[in-house]
Ligand binder design. Structure first.
Ligand code: FES
Ligand SMILES: [Fe+2]
Length: 410
C-alpha cells in the first residue's frame, strides 16, 4: 500500500510551517519515513532524509543557510535535492555522501512531495481547492491517532452525520440556516448508489426529501485519499485529505474553500477558532503536536450533561473531535475480521476493494488508477430531485469538470 501511495503527490506539511526562506526546518514523518522539511534561501521547499549520511545525526539540529542544511556535528551540507554540497574535511568524497530527497510543490497552502519512482512522477493534483487563489482557501491539519483508512472511511460515510453530528450542526457557525439539515436529521437510513469513475468513486446518498422529492448528498472520493463533503447551504465548500504518518497515525487535513470568491473575515475567524471541520489544539506542546485539545487522554472532554440535554449527541463537541473520538476508539488498526457490515457501508466496501485491487495490481506491474490529475476537477453536491429519479444522469454535467459552474447545495 505504501508503494501505491508513493505514486501520488503526498500532502506533507502546511506551507506556513516553513514560512520564510531559511526559517527553522521541521521534522515530518510520512508513511513511516522520518524526513526533514525546510525552505531554502531561494524560498523553495525541500524534503530530505532527517539524518546525516556521515554518522546519522538528525539534521533538525543543523543550520538552514545558503541553500542547504549544514549538519551541526562535522559540517556536511545538503541541498534540497539531497546532494551533499560540502564535506569540509574531505571535499573529494561529497558525491557519495548524498541523502534521500523528494521533489516538492506548493498548492492550496500545502507542501506536497512525490515519493515514488522519479520516472513515474504524475502531474500536480488538480482537486479544486488546490487550484484556487490563497484568499479562497483555508487549510488546517490535525493528528489522528488511528490508521488512515479508519479516518478516511468517516469521510465517505454520509450516514453518520445523522447521528454523531446531529446536534453540532445546530450550534456550529458554518452550518447555520441550512435547509438540508431537516432532511439529514429526519432520515438516518441513507441508501447508497455508487459510481466508479476515473478519479475514484462518486457516492450518491439518498434520504427522504419533501413529499415528492429525494434529498441526495453526493460525496466524492478521489483515490487514494481525498474526500469532498456535500455542501451545506451557502457555506464554504469543504473537503479532507487523509495521509498516513505510519500504520497507526495519520494527518487529517481539513479544507474549506469558495470557488468564485475569497472567504470572508467572519469565516476565517471562526475557522481559526476551530469551528466547522477545524479544531483547537492542545497547548503547551513544543514542537506543536497538532493534536486536538480534546483527545484520547482526556476522553475528548466528554460532557455527559450536554449529552443528556441533547446539545452533543455523544457528549463531545466539534465535528472533527466527534469523528476522531469514535474512529480512535476502534483502536489504532481496527480488526476488520470482526466487523459486521451493513448496507450503509457500501461505499466503504467499494473504496477498500479499489485500494486493495490497486495495491495488488501494482505489485504485479499494473499501473495505479487516478493518476490523470485533470479528472480531479469535481465537486460534491446536495440536491433535491423528483422522487425515484436516478441522480447519476443529473450529476453528469453538473458536478464533473465544474470550473465556473454553480455550486449545487441547499
Ligand atoms: S554526522 Fe553529520 S557531519 Fe558528521
Ligand atoms: Fe464526521
Amino acid at each position: 500500500m505504501g508503494d501505491l501511495m508513493r505514486r501520488y503527490w503526498v500532502p506533507v506539511l502546511g506551507a506556513s510551517e516553513i514560512a520564510e526562506p531559511d526559517s527553522p526546518q521541521v521534522r515530518v514523518q510520512i508513511m513511516g519515513e522520518k524526513l526533514l522539511a525546510f525552505r531554502d534561501t531561494e524560498g523553495k521547499p525541500g524534503l530530505i532524509d532527517e539524518f546525516c549520511s556521515h554518522r546519522g545525526v538528525s539534521l533538525f539540529f543543523g543550520r538552514n543557510e545558503e541553500c542547504g542544511i549544514r549538519c551541526a556535528y562535522h559540517g556536511l551540507k545538503f541541498d534540497r535535492t539531497g546532494a551533499c554540497v560540502d564535506v569540509p574535511s574531505a571535499p573529494q568524497v561529497a558525491d557519495r555522501m548524498r541523502i534521500k530527497a523528494y521533489p516538492c510543490i506548493e498548492r492550496g497552502g500545502i507542501v506536497w512531495a512525490y515519493m515514488g519512482p522519479p520516472e513515474k512522477q504524475p502531474a500536480p493534483p488538480e482537486v479544486e481547492w488546490c487550484t484556487l487563489p490563497e484568499s479562497h482557501v483555508f487549510v488546517s491539519k490535525r493528528l489522528q491517532q488511528s490508521n488512515y483508512l479508519q479516518a478516511m472511511e468517516g469521510g465517505i460515510d454520509t450516514a453518520h452525520v445523522s447521528y454523531v453530528h446531529k446536534y453540532e450542526v445546530d450550534i456550529d457557525p458554518m452550518h447555520q440556516g441550512v435547509k438540508a439539515l431537516d432532511y439529514i436529521k429526519a432520515d438516518g437510513n441513507v441508501v447508497f448508489d455508487i459510481e466508479k469513475n476515473p478519479f475514484g468513486l462518486t457516492l450518491y446518498g439518498r434520504r427522504n426529501g419533501d413529499v415528492d422529492t429525494d434529498y441526495w448528498r453526493i460525496t466524492q472520493w478521489l483515490f487514494p485519499w481525498f474526500t469532498l463533503i456535500p455542501p451545506f447551504g451557502d457555506h464554504a465548500l469543504g473537503g479532507h485529505v487523509w495521509v498516513p504518518i505510519d500504520d497507526e497515525n495519520c494527518w487529517a487535513w481539513s479544507i474549506n474553500y469558495r470557488p468564485a470568491k475569497p472567504l470572508n473575515d467572519h469565516e476565517l475567524a471562526v475557522m481559526k477558532a476551530g469551528k466547522g471541520i477545524h479544531v483547537t489544539y492542545e497547548a503547551g506542546v513544543f514542537p506543536m503536536s497538532w493534536r486536538p485539545k480534546a483527545n484520547r487522554d482526556n476522553d475528548y472532554l466528554i460532557d455527559r450533561k450536554a449529552q443528556k440535554d441533547k446539545r452533543a449527541y455523544s457528549g463531545i463537541f466539534g465535528f472533527s473531535e466527534q469523528d476522531a473520538s469514535l474512529q480512535e476508539s476502534m483502536g489504532p488498526i481496527q480488526d476488520r475480521t470482526r466487523e459486521l457490515l451493513l448496507p450503509t457501508d457500501k461505499a466503504i466496501v467499494m473504496a477498500r476493494r479499489m485500494l486493495q485491487e490497486a495495491a495488488e495490481g501494482l505489485a504485479q506491474g499494473i499501473e495505479p488508477p487516478a493518476l490523470d490529475a485533470s479528472t480531479q476537477q469535481v465537486r460534491a453536491a446536495g440536491v433535491l430531485l423528483p422522487k425515484g429519479q436516478d441522480p447519476k444522469p443529473w450529476a453528469k454535467d453538473k458536478i464533473q469538470h465544474v470550473t465556473g459552474k454553480p455550486v449545487y447545495s441547499l
